[in-house]
Design a protein around this ligand. Structure first.
Ligand SMILES: [Zn+2]
Length: 394
């Protein structure tokens, strides 16, 4: 097995360092950009070790020895005094970053980057900026500029380089808010690929709120099961901006006739089943539902009407993927706002807006607020700490 990540020699074990403010602008590489919420550029910090100061001190100490030799040339002046090495000048901690368009990744110049209680910096042609502050480890930073949506996020100073993605004002934020930041207005999404469980028994519909349903004798055929799995597997990357390329697992469950099948109870899973009598009782072809914890979606469920789902039609995939959108945490987008797979008609396949919107959802932390404000203590240049093995014990 090989790893595609950084070589061991590049492992970030040193995360705290201070260096003098860097005035020249350096471009950053773009690795690590599509890593979900952790938009951190994978460039190594340049650690200023005490070596330079040791060298300086050595030179000064040498100078202190040499100078008396020159001074001894017949002079009667008082003995020279070795100069005291000057302490390093106090420098404000600095962090470098780059501002890019969240969709195109094009660099954004002339963006104002303002640290709380500190002077502002402005991005240059390659989008890079360098800011320093005398204050502590974490600061709120606000980025503003022509053609971009103002973003408020957090940054650690000093800290790793920050890649800050910004939303162009041409993006339909109103539709995005309806889909991904519906009441109470905070971004809600999964943070890991869900498992998919397909119930191959048709379940008896009773209400939309039961936690378990009774399995009937009717079964989905292998072809029907495969079609269900294929549609949802096709839809998952479409509905997550390519963040989740596949379910983490796909399982077919075959409950006994009459068994109570747990439904709205499965953490880490999207469960899907056909229901007998769903449309007759509710008037709808399908339902989707999510469960969340602190804006992280942790469970999802899809109910489709037995008759609708058994009748092959051109809208079947669209209906299934729409209901999966709810299981992923998305709410309806009003047709009058934007054509979307999350229109409640349930007949639209994910389009370019949907792919951009869902991609954006996974490039922001859960809890992100409109127009683009990250939750308190979120850090745009935070990198999770490396895994460290403890001692092995018998
Ligand atoms: Zn719906």
């Amino acid at each position: 097995m090989t790893f595609s990540g950084p070589a061991p020699a590049q492992t970030r074990h040193v995360v705290f360092w201070v260096r003098p403010p860097v005035r020249q602008v350096r471009s950053l590489n773009s690795t690590g950009f599509r890593g979900g919420a952790q938009n951190v550029v994978g460039r190594q910090p340049q650690v200023v070790t005490p070596l330079r100061w040791r060298q300086s001190n050595s030179l000064l100490a040498l100078a202190a020895l040499v100078l008396p030799l020159f001074a001894c040339g017949g002079s009667t002046s008082s003995a020279p005094v070795a100069p005291t090495p000057a302490p390093p000048a106090a420098t404000a901690p600095t962090v470098n970053g780059r501002a890019v368009d969240v969709f195109s990744t094009a660099p954004l110049a002339a963006v104002t980057v303002r640290l709380q209680n500190s002077a502002a910096a402005t991005t240059v042609a390659d989008g890079s900026f360098s800011i320093s502050t005398a204050s502590g480890q974490y600061a709120v930073v606000v980025l503003t500029g022509t053609g971009i949506v103002e973003r408020q996020t957090g940054i650690r100073v000093p800290g790793p380089d920050a890649l800050v993605t910004l939303i162009p004002t041409t993006f339909d934020l109103a539709a995005f808010d309806q889909m991904c930041r519906a009441a109470p207005g905070q971004l809600r999404r999964w943070d890991a690929a869900p498992k998919l469980v397909v119930i191959d028994a048709v379940l008896q519909f009773t209400s939309t709120t039961d936690s378990a349903y009774t399995a009937t004798a009717e079964r989905l055929s292998p072809t029907e099961r495969e079609g269900m799995v294929a549609d949802l597997t096709w839809g998952l990357p479409q509905a997550t901006g390519d963040t989740f390329r596949a379910f983490s697992a796909v399982t077919i469950e075959s409950p006994e006739v009459g068994a109570q099948v747990p439904f709205f109870t499965r953490e880490g899973t999207i469960v899907v089943a056909r229901f007998l009598g769903l449309q007759a009782a509710t008037g709808y072809h399908g339902y989707g539902r999510w469960a969340s914890r602190s804006n992280v979606v942790v469970a999802g469920a899809i109910m489709v009407d037995r008759n609708q789902d058994a009748a092959a039609g051109m809208n079947l995939r669209a209906l299934r993927v729409h209901e999966m959108g709810h299981a992923l945490g998305y709410d309806h987008v009003a047709m009058s706002t934007r054509v979307s797979f999350m229109n409640n008609s349930g007949v639209i396949l994910p389009n370019a807006f949907d792919r951009d919107a869902t991609r954006l959802a996974f490039l922001r932390p859960p809890g992100n607020l409109s127009p683009d404000r990250d939750p308190d203590l979120y850090s745009a240049n935070f990198r999770s700490f490396p895994m460290v093995w403890g001692p092995i014990t018998p």
